[in-house]
Design a protein around this ligand. Structure first.
Ligand code: 5GP
Ligand code: MG
Length: 169
């Protein structure tokens, strides 16, 4: 295991992202939808820096069937938020933007529900891996094509608790 992004680097970048989001939504209502499971650590740190935004948060889960490290492209939503998002401004928070298939599917679903708009925030982006065009509105770090774990991200449910992002070799 090789550390790619340290705890300190993550903290500093999360503060910057939160400041950007706070500036945009200060005093406004925002529904934050956290993609399970990988985004829970990132979202917990990010949300605690969004004081002044009227946040309601909920969770959503998407799965794509394939091997553990390769997305099949068949993305299904298997846990839906109970909050009504009709007419709401929504921010989707995910751990990593890879092929883009998951966030595209979830964002399309959010807009189909009648959300007023839907922005996306990801900790990591692997632009080389994209299968569908997708750009997040807020990105923590662009990384090369490695399989990473830690800070919420797993390999067979292990390593989610690590406070840094590491490359699994
Ligand atoms: P996409 O649909 O963009 O290909 O995949 C996004 C999801 O795949 C992420 O939310 C994450 O759960 C998983 N994923 C993609 N790359 C990695 C990685 O390097 N490490 C881990 N642990 N999960 C990944
Ligand atoms: Mg995920």
């Amino acid at each position: 295991m090789k550390v790619l992004i340290t705890q300190e680097e993550i903290k500093k970048r999360v503060e910057e992202l939160a400041e950007e989001i706070r500036r945009k939504y200060k005093g406004k209502e925002l529904v934050v939808l956290i993609l399970l499971k990988g985004a829970f650590v990132f979202a917990a740190d990010l949300l605690r820096r969004l004081e002044g935004v009227e946040i309601r948060c909920d969770f959503i889960k998407a799965s794509s069937y394939g091997t553990s490290t390769e997305s099949s492209g068949n993305v299904q939503l298997n846990l839906l938020p109970s909050l009504d998002i009709t007419g709401k401004e929504v921010l989707l928070v995910d751990d990593i933007l890879d092929t883009g298939l998951t966030l595209k599917k979830v964002k399309d679903w959010v807009l189909e529900q009648g959300a007023k708009n839907c922005e996306t925030c990801v900790l990591l982006d692997k632009p080389e891996r994209r299968k569908v065009p997708f750009k997040a509105d807020y990105t923590g770090f662009e990384i090369p094509n490695h399989f990473v774990v830690g800070y919420g991200m797993d390999c067979a449910e292990r390593y989610r608790h690590l406070p840094y992002v590491a490359i699994l070799e």
